[in-house]
Design a protein around this ligand. Structure first.
Ligand code: FEO
Ligand code: CA
Ligand code: CA
Length: 661
């Protein structure tokens, strides 16, 4: 079986997998900007500076700086990196960016040395997985220098991982069928890693014999808990109880709970399922709403449970928030069905003033929704065990953004409003299994691909990354999604009513519309203090450091889209510096920037470089298809015998100290 769609990273797949809803011939914003970059060549220092200077009056720059001087200006202190593209990563001057963990690195004393030419599933089970995405840090004994790093491994790129499986014909790439061993390597390269790390003399290292080190893979047994657990719609041949499932897939972003458990969000689950449901099967509409089956993975060739003609309920066992107790390496991870079933991006949380815990959830698909979950119980800081099932009981809400800047959180509760048996919701299990359809009926606001959502305990706001949506037609624009054919995304800032994160209403505004501010048609709203290096498109992951400052990482910047790679940008949210952005770190060609995460002392930032070398055909430094035998970068080893390896990078200040202070 040859499947072209596997040659693309998830975000590209998402953007390409359906006809745009706008069928006009108008150029997309991406086409406009692409023409711009091809006209003037690739973005380089002085040329780029003159491009922005031509569009922003010196007077405007001056007055903005004057205003900043009055209230202290940008909250970030560092000299920004020059935007651009090459084979390596780059960090701001005065900082070190060291490779901490690479795909294939051993996590246990008995882990085999990584050899990509003789890789096995058994070896991969003992090694760091592929395509690191979410990075969390769980301190041990409250330390910012000794803790557990938890990392999601979102997906696999066989054309970058396996020798000899690409055939090139006239510059186009096709994949030869994967063997069962290669599929098994994929299963073992998915999931997550829990690994002890320690900082000694200013440098971080992995503790290979850490007692809590663990790999979670598609072979790890998990429990289904909450309202859908045991429901007939979750029962399969292998699990007639509907309460046990092997593995978790496509774990994108995630979270660490206040009680120190690790959250893995199951995002693009549709690609793993193949086959056809029997005619008139009751799950047809449910699966259509999630794009199941998409069939880009070949797992169904070897495992019947991924073939929906053979095991029609299996997809109802994926698409959840998974919680892992990292303090017990034998704990059974739990899929918390109360938080709904959709393409979960992540689950960042905050303890509300009344002790309930609020989790913010994005459903990453064009025209899908922003959610939050409020626990019924309250967090007990003195009794970890008492918190361990808080995620089984609470209320899931979906957001409706009004034109006047107000918003409502609409409860997804069976029996309330349209969520009745008549409409196919006989119990809360039905509501959570078909969360999207329930939210459709409630009239939630259709968003431009909600990615990470981050509450900020310092200023009380919540930041929503909306990565892009080129399918939004002009007549589909609304106040919260104000850009037709939104190629570069935007960021919304929510203020919950009375500073109560559990509130059912609030206010919102657009913090930032992304893209090149030098192109008027883009409509970007970066401050005029933002340099040519400082703007970005496609916000995806984000973090808030302990000072309450927002850091945004991106997915989808590349030579033809924005003339730059993805990276980590520091974005001011307060005072006259609001919407000023500065580039702190950038990734090698073809990569996406995931993470980011700061230790509690703000002296370390962890970032995840995902799918390096996945692309480069539009970069003048490479200019052809990139695959295992001919890679656009061999980052991070730069060894001809080694393929490129997705890796976690640790950033510290030379000589020590807080980052960007
Ligand atoms: Fe896996 Fe929505 O990024
Ligand atoms: Ca993401
Ligand atoms: Ca992404």
């Amino acid at each position: 079986m040859t499947d072209q769609s596997r040659l693309f990273k998830t975000s590209q797949l998402e953007a390409a997998d359906a006809e745009p809803r706008n069928a006009t011939d108008n150029p997309t914003m991406g086409e406009l900007i692409s023409a711009r970059f091809s006209r003037r060549g690739f973005l380089q220092g002085s040329l780029a500076v003159s491009a922005i200077a031509a569009t922003v009056s010196p007077l405007a720059l001056l007055s903005a700086r004057d205003a900043r001087a009055q209230d202290g200006g940008s909250a970030f202190s560092f000299t920004e990196v020059e935007a651009g593209i090459d084979e390596n990563h780059h960090v701001a001057e005065g900082y070190d960016a060291d490779i901490l963990l690479r795909w294939g690195d051993g996590l246990f004393p008995d882990a085999p040395e990584f050899d990509p030419t003789t890789q096995t599933a058994a070896a991969q089970e003992r090694q760091f997985g592929y395509n690191n995405d979410y990075v969390g840090y769980i301190p041990l004994d409250g330390s910012s220098e000794h803790g557990l790093l938890v990392v999601n491994h979102e997906y696999t790129n066989p054309h970058l991982m396996f020798p000899g499986i690409v055939t090139l014909a006239e510059g186009a790439m096709t994949l030869n069928p994967l063997s069962k061993e290669q599929v098994d390597i994929e299963l073992a390269a998915h999931g997550g890693t829990i690994v002890e790390i320690v900082k000694t003399d200013g440098k971080w290292a992995v503790v290979k014999d850490g007692a809590l080190n663990r790999r979670i893979t598609v072979n790890t047994e998990m429990a289904l808990s909450g309202p859908a657990a045991g429901h007939a719609r979750l029962q399969t041949t292998a699990d007639p109880s509907g309460t046990k499932v092997f593995g978790t897939i496509n774990n994108c972003a995630g979270g660490v709970t206040p009680w120190g458990t690790y959250i893995m969000a199951e995002e693009n689950i549709h690609g793993y399922f193949a086959g056809e449901l029997p005619a008139d099967h009751p799950e047809t509409a449910n699966y259509d709403r999630l794009g199941i089956p998409e069939g880009s993975y070949e797992w169904a060739n070897f495992y019947d449970r991924f073939d929906i003609s053979k095991e029609p309920n299996e997809p109802n066992r994926f698409g959840y928030i998974v919680e892992v107790d990292v303090m017990d390496p034998n704990s059974v991870p739990k899929k918390r069905t109360a938080l709904g079933r959709f393409k979960h991006e992540g689950a960042e949380s905050i303890v509300n003033k009344d002790g309930r815990v609020v989790f913010y959830l994005g459903d990453d698909e064009r025209f899908d929704y922003v959610y939050k979950f409020v626990t019924s119980g309250t967090y007990n800081p003195d009794d970890r065990a008492a918190n361990m099932d808080l995620l089984d009981d609470g209320i899931l809400y979906v957001a409706r953004f009004a034109e006047d800047g107000s918003m409502e959180w609409l409860p997804l509760v069976q029996g309330q409003g349209p969520l009745t048996e008549e409409n196919g919701f006989a119990s809360q299990a039905d509501v959570v299994i078909e969360t999207r359809r329930a939210a459709d009926l409630l009239g939630a606001t259709k968003m431009d691909r909600p990615e990470d959502i981050q509450p900020n305990r310092v200023n009380g706001k919540v930041y929503v990354m909306l990565t892009n949506n080129t399918a939004r037609a002009a007549e589909q624009v609304d106040a919260a999604n104000p850009t037709a054919r939104n190629a570069f995304g935007h960021i919304i800032e929510i203020a919950e009513a009375d500073g109560d994160f559990a509130a059912t209403s609030g206010n919102w505004e657009v913090l930032l519309k992304c893209g090149d501010p030098a192109i008027a048609e883009v409509g970007a709203t970066f401050s005029t203090d933002t340099t040519v290096n400082g703007w970005f498109g496609m916000p995806d992951n984000c973090a808030v450091d302990s000072l309450g400052r927002l850091w945004v990482s991106t997915d989808g910047n590349n030579p033809s889209a924005t003339g730059r790679t993805d990276g980590l940008w520091a974005v001011d949210t307060e005072g006259s510096a609001r919407a000023t952005s500065k580039l702190f770190f950038r990734v090698p060609v073809g990569a996406e920037m995931c993470g980011p995460l700061f230790t509690p002392d703000d002296e370390t930032a962890f970032v995840a470089v995902q799918h390096p070398a996945d692309g480069g055909d539009d970069w003048e430094g490479f200019g052809r298809v990139s695959y295992y035998e001919d890679l656009s970068t061999r980052w991070p080893d730069f060894d001809d015998a080694m393929p490129t390896r997705p890796s976690v990078v640790v950033i510290t200040r030379q000589g020590g100290g807080k980052i960007a202070v």
